[in-house]
Design a protein around this ligand. Structure first.
Ligand code: ZN
Length: 280
């Protein structure tokens, strides 16, 4: 088996409370034999080795591809229509500015992964290498059963993609939060910040101080996917729990009495021993 020995974590510079180097150290304590590199944003890392002219050409190409990957209607599968010049220009601006904010547009996550995969250097394009990309882009996947897109925090693939916007928007907030928001809006009082403040302990918000701590679990889900094929766990207190609600994210990543269930602690030991034996 072609075993992964290298992990690359790509930072999202717009996420002020995300510390990718802490995540790198966290992996290192669990799997000491794995080699970890924390890199600039995925696009920034790729662009640094290009000439001015190559960079411009690449931006033109990527802007069009990304604009095609935008979900126009969450109730219809992506058709990859020809984007308007304004949409392409929006993507160009985002690609040119390393700390550009995302404006809540939803993208097809699988398409994004296909676009980004092409940028991975050839020598790192094998299963010996694990690429985990943080992005502030909001992405989703098409759900055939419900016939709609669902926003996601993580897509495990090659590369794996983790959204710092998705962690706020994808897992559902308490039902009361939505009810209150609807009530406020119906009487013309869109005091969303006020409602957010009231529920602040019950969900992860933008620039949340707990973001790095929460992302430990998502990075490990991506790693488990690459190393074992199974990213998730049934235990609500294990960092590998596949949370659909914000309260489940908080339980698994922040309030659990332990980091991993006993099964996954043993799995980590087994993976660590395996990595040690192949690195000798
Ligand atoms: Zn577990």
């Amino acid at each position: 088996m072609n075993w992964a020995q290298h992990v690359y974590l790509y930072d999202e510079p717009s996420a002020a409370t995300l510390d990718a180097s802490i995540l790198g150290s966290f992996i290192k304590t669990l799997l000491p034999e794995i080699k970890i590199a924390v890199r600039d944003s995925f696009i920034g890392f790729h662009f640094v080795s290009l000439s001015q002219e190559e960079r411009k050409r690449k931006i033109d190409y990527l802007a069009e591809e990304l604009a095609k990957a935008k979900v126009r209607d969450p109730f219809k599968p992506l058709k990859k229509e020809s984007p308007l010049p304004g949409e392409i220009n929006y993507e160009k601006r985002r690609l040119s500015a390393p700390i550009s904010q995302s404006f809540g547009l939803l993208y097809d996550g699988i398409e994004i992964i296909n676009i980004l995969r092409e940028l991975i250097p050839k020598q790192e394009r094998s299963f010996k290498h694990i690429h985990i990309i943080f992005t502030n882009q909001l992405f989703g996947t098409w759900d055939e059963a419900n016939h709609r897109y669902h926003a996601r925090v993580l897509i495990c693939s090659f590369p794996s993609l983790i959204s710092t916007t998705g962690i706020v928007e994808a897992p559902a907030k308490p039902r009361e939060f939505y009810l209150l928001k609807k009530q406020y809006l119906s009487v013309g009082m869109p005091d969303i910040e006020g409602i957010k403040f009231q529920y602040k302990d019950q969900f992860i918000d933008y620039d949340d101080n707990r973001l790095t701590q929460v992302m430990k679990g998502y990075v490990m889900q991506a790693l488990f996917y690459h190393l074992t094929g199974e990213p998730f766990c049934e235990d609500k207190n294990c960092r590998l729990y596949n949370s659909h609600w914000q309260k489940e994210v908080i339980q698994a990543q922040l309030e659990s009495p332990y980091e991993f269930c006993s099964f996954h602690q043993k799995e980590l030991q087994r993976l660590s021993d395996r990595l040690k034996s192949i690195s000798i």
